[in-house]
Design a protein. Structure first.
Lengths: 425, 101
C-alpha cells in the first residue's frame, strides 16, 4: 500500500475506530484484513460499503476506481431522452470515504498477481491484498465491428452503453439531428448488459422525437431473433405510443459500419442513419478478462456462487456484469449490488476462518421507462441450489408488470434513490 | 408419496433448516436483498416512496409479506418477489428489520 499517504491511513484508522464504537464493538472473532475492490459501480461500491458496515470497521477496504464520481447507467436513458440531466445520475464517493472509512483511490489497475496477492496500478507501484474483488463491468469486443477500432471512430459512432461522456455526446447528436432524420440503434446478441435497456432507449428517444422532431424515426436493429426482455410491454408501448416512429427489425446483426456515412453494414443489407448508435458485443471488463482468470466462452468469468470467488483462483472474487451469469440472471446494476452483498458476506466469513453461507439468495428488479413518466418492470428471485451449485430462479416467483403506468415510474425513481444510497451513502 | 421418499424429503428439510440455523448472519444477509429498494437495513431514503422497514413490528411486516405472497394484498411487484422466499426466510427478514431501531 505504498501509495497511501500516512495521514490518509490515520484518517481511515480513526474512522474505523469510531465506527467500531458506534456499533458497540463486538469483541473477538472479528474478521481482519485488507480487501481491495476494483471498480466503483453498482457491484464494487456495494461490496466496499457492506464490507466496512458488516465488519464494523475491522476490515480495511481500498476501492480503486478510474472515474472521479459514480455515474449511473440505469436512468441514463432518461438523460439521452432529455428529461433528466447528468447531475441527476452523478454521485460523489464522499459517502464511502467519510461515512464508511473506505479508502477511495482514483486510478486504474493494470495487472493482478494472485500468487503474490497484489495488484499493479497505472500510476505506478503495487498494492497488496488479503482478498481482491474485481467489479470491472464490461468492455467492448471492437474486433466484432472492425471499423470502430479507432478512438476517432468510437467518438463518432457512439455506444453510450457506459454512462458518462458518451451519454452526453449521444444526447448532443440527437439534439443536432434535423427533424425527419433517422436514429438507428443496434443491439448485440445476448448476453449483453441490461437486457431491456436498448428497448427503453428506443422508447425514450422516440418520446423526444414525438415532442421535438415529429417527422423523425427510430429504427431498432436487433441481432437477436426477438425482443429480449419485457416483450409484450415494450411492443404494446411501441404500438400505442410510437406507432409511426419506432420500427423494430429482428435478426439484424450489425457486422461493421461505414463511419463517414453513418451506415450500419448487416449481413445482406446496409442501413444509413442520421444518428447511428451501435452497442458492440461485450465481455468481462479488461482487467478480469486479461488476468488469466477462468473464462466461459472466452468472455465471462467463471465464479463459485457461494462466494463469487473465481473458480481456480483463490482469493479473487469477481462480480457484476463481468461474470458468467446463472440461468435467467440479467446483467443489471441491481443484480451487481446483490452480488456485492453476497461477496461481502462470504469474504467476511472467510477472513474470520469460516465457510461462506451455504444458502445465498439474490434477487433482481429492473424498471424501464417507456416515456418520461411511465415505467414497466421485471423481477426475479434466485436461490442457491446445492445440486447444480448455482443460484437458480425460483419457479412461480418474479414476473413483469401488468401494464405500464406512472406509479411504476415513481417506483423506478424511488428504486434509483434507494439503491444509490445503499451503495454510496 | 412413498415412505422412503417422504423420509428423504424430511431429511432434506431438516438439513436445510440446520444449515440455516447454524448461520448467525442469515437474517442479515436475507434482509440485505431488500435494501436496494427499501434502504440499507430497512432505512429507506425519506420521501422516496418506498416503505421504510427498520423498527417495524415483526408480526406486522410478516403479515404484510405473507399477504403479498398469497395475493390477499394487491401489489405491483411485491407479490412476485415474496413468492421467491420461503416462509422461514420471510420470518427471518421481518425479524431482522424489527430489530433495526
Amino acid at each position: 500500500m505504498m501509495l497511501m499517504k500516512r495521514r490518509d491511513f490515520l484518517k481511515a484508522g480513526a474512522a474505523a475506530g469510531a465506527m467500531a464504537s458506534l456499533y458497540g464493538c463486538a469483541g473477538g472473532g472479528q474478521p481482519r484484513g485488507h480487501v481491495v475492490v476494483v471498480g466503483g459501480g453498482y457491484g464494487g461500491a456495494t461490496t466496499a460499503k457492506y464490507l466496512r458496515m458488516w465488519s464494523e470497521g475491522s476490515v480495511q477496504v481500498t476501492l480503486i476506481e478510474r472515474n472521479p464520481t459514480f455515474i449511473s447507467c440505469p436512468i441514463s436513458n432518461l438523460v439521452i431522452g432529455g428529461t433528466q440531466k447528468m447531475e441527476d445520475i452523478t454521485i460523489s464517493y464522499d459517502g464511502l470515504k467519510n461515512k464508511w472509512g473506505v479508502r477511495v483511490i482514483q486510478d486504474d489497475v493494470v495487472a493482478v498477481d494472485p500468487a503474490k496477492k497484489a495488484v499493479s496500478l497505472k500510476a505506478g507501484g503495487s498494492m497488496a491484498y488479503d482478498r481482491l474483488v474485481l467489479s470491472p463491468g464490461i468492455d467492448f469486443m471492437w474486433n466484432e465491428i472492425p471499423a470502430l477500432a479507432s478512438a476517432d471512430a468510437q467518438a463518432k459512432i457512439l455506444h453510450a452503453w457506459k454512462a458518462g461522456p458518451q451519454t452526453v455526446a449521444l444526447r448532443k447528436q440527437l439534439e443536432d439531428m434535423k427533424d425527419g432524420g433517422v436514429y438507428a440503434l443496434s443491439i448485440p446478441k445476448a448476453p449483453y448488459r441490461c437486457p431491456p435497456g436498448p428497448y427503453e432507449r428506443a422508447c425514450l428517444v422516440a418520446n423526444y422525437f414525438k415532442q421535438a422532431k415529429p417527422k423523425s424515426k427510430v429504427v431498432i436493429l436487433d441481432a437477436n431473433e426477438d425482443v429480449m426482455s419485457k416483450k409484450g410491454l415494450f411492443t404494446k408501448a411501441w404500438t400505442d405510443l410510437y406507432k409511426d416512429i419506432i420500427e423494430y427489425r429482428p435478426n439484424s446483426e450489425v457486422k461493421d459500419v461505414d463511419v463517414a456515412n453513418k451506415t450500419a453494414i448487416l449481413e445482406f443489407d446496409k442501413f444509413k442513419a442520421d444518428v447511428l448508435n451501435v452497442i458492440p458485443p461485450h465481455r468481462a471488463g479488461d482487467i478480469a478478462h486479461k488476468s488469466g482468470l477462468k473464462l466461459i466462452n472466452n468472455r465471462w468469468v467463471d465464479i463459485n456462487w457461494l462466494s463469487m470467488e473465481v473458480n481456480g483462483t483463490p482469493g479473487v472474487h469477481v462480480l457484476g456484469d463481468a461474470i458468467f451469469p446463472a440461468p435467467t440472471m440479467p446483467k443489471s446494476g441491481h443484480m451487481a449490488n446483490q452480488h456485492g452483498k453476497l461477496a461481502a458476506a462470504a469474504i467476511l466469513n472467510m477472513l474470520s476462518g469460516q465457510e461462506p453461507s451455504p444458502t445465498p439468495v439474490v434477487m433482481n428488479t429492473c424498471y424501464s421507462f417507456v416515456d418520461a413518466k411511465q415505467a414497466i418492470h421485471v423481477a426475479s428471485v434466485h436461490q442457491y441450489d446445492p445440486a447444480t451449485k448455482v443460484v437458480q430462479p425460483v419457479q412461480g416467483a418474479g414476473g413483469v408488470s401488468a401494464a405500464r403506468n406512472e406509479l411504476e415510474g415513481k417506483a423506478a425513481m424511488g428504486w434509483a434513490k434507494n439503491i444509490w444510497a445503499d451503495m454510496l451513502a | 408419496m412413498k415412505l422412503p421418499t417422504l423420509i428423504a424429503a424430511l431429511g432434506l428439510v431438516a438439513a436445510t433448516g440446520a444449515a440455516q440455523a447454524a448461520d448467525p448472519n442469515l437474517a442479515r444477509n436475507l434482509a440485505a436483498t431488500c435494501a436496494n429498494c427499501h434502504g440499507t437495513n430497512g432505512r429507506a431514503v425519506p420521501n422516496s416512496g418506498m416503505d421504510a422497514l427498520a423498527g417495524e413490528d415483526k408480526a406486522k411486516t410478516l403479515k404484510k409479506l405473507n399477504d403479498f405472497k398469497t395475493g390477499v394484498k394487491p401489489a405491483s411487484i411485491m407479490h412476485q418477489i415474496t413468492k421467491g422466499y420461503t416462509e422461514q426466510q420471510l420470518d427471518l427478514i421481518a425479524g431482522y428489520f424489527a430489530g433495526q431501531k
